[in-house]
Design a binder for this molecule. Structure first.
Ligand code: SF4
Ligand code: SF4
Length: 73
């Protein structure tokens, strides 16, 4: 069985201008708002790697990294 794919979701808070677009486009509701309304990846385990947030963010503030877990031997 191949390793399960998961994703790291990283927001650069210096770039984020709290527009909320990523929160609205993410199909699996990975993001929550921080107190300053910037997008916080509160549920990265829900990410399916669609990259909608990356392509929608006007400030190039989001990066998605694929993580492939090694199988135990
Ligand atoms: S890649 Fe897709 S599922 Fe993952 S955080 Fe971005 S919009 Fe949500
Ligand atoms: S789309 Fe980009 S700028 Fe807008 S809230 Fe999300 S991370 Fe911040």
């Amino acid at each position: 069985m191949p390793g399960k794919k998961t994703y790291d979701v990283v927001v650069d808070f210096d770039r984020c201008k709290a527009c909320g677009i990523c929160i609205n486009v993410c199909p699996t509701k990975v993001f929550d708002k921080r107190n300053d309304f910037k997008a916080y990846p509160a549920h990265p385990e829900k990410c399916v790697g669609c990259l909608m947030c990356v392509y929608s963010c006007p400030d190039f503030a989001i990066k998605i990294y694929e993580v492939v877990e090694e199988e135990a031997v």
